[in-house]
Design a protein around this ligand. Sequence first.
Ligand code: 6GU
Length: 249
Amino acid sequence: MDFSVLTIFPELINPFSNLGIIGRSIERDLISVSAINIRDFAKGKHKVTDDRPYGGGCGMVMKPEPLAAAIKAAKKKNPSAITIHLTPQGRPFNQKLAHELLDNKGLILICGRYEGVDERITHNFIDDEISIGDYVLTGGEIAALVIIDAVTRLIPGSLGGIDSADKDSFEDDLLEHGHYTRPKSFMGDEVPEVLLSGNHAEIEKWRLETSLIRTFLKRPDLLKKRQLNTQEINILKKWRSDLKKLTHA
Ligand code: 6GU
């Protein structure tokens, strides 16, 4: 997967792509990340990338010509890539959308700044619009990094364990179970016995239980979307009856 990030702040993108799983995925040739400076495509001595809005009002708008030239250059490098505008008006980003994006050869990620980009860019160059949540950021760069991160870790070989990504929170509308590592006792708080038992069936059962219960407590909206199987229903019923016993005691 090739990511091209079009931005006036390439310095925000480059350090991120050198580290951790993203850095390793670049070294392994699973992905490439290039930050393209929109300013390099601006004309004139001052390389201006923004201008005042027609009709008046506050804020500035990203000029169409430098952005169009930058998009054309990115497309030339990767003709099969799709062009995504990062904007709070876009489709909400989630794990499902991360999987959907993985089907592309490349993503050209356009980071708006100021009040936004000229509408003619949207009309002529944009295949999709994505938002990372219902709040407003000063620019799309952080959203681009979020997308690069979430998509890269779905590429086979990017994570250490072969199946690390399928067990993630959200993959099946459940939050992931809790994790423990050494020491066995920390501040008087012990690792659950079952995890030390070596009994894999029991460990899996405990993980499913904690995963269901924490999803119910923290994100009940996820459970509503999900079809529960008999084992899962029984786990929740048992938990309900345990709670009842506790509250009656
Ligand atoms: Cl993609 N861009 C900006 N500027 N703000 C956002 C966003 C994107 N997603 C949520 N808020």
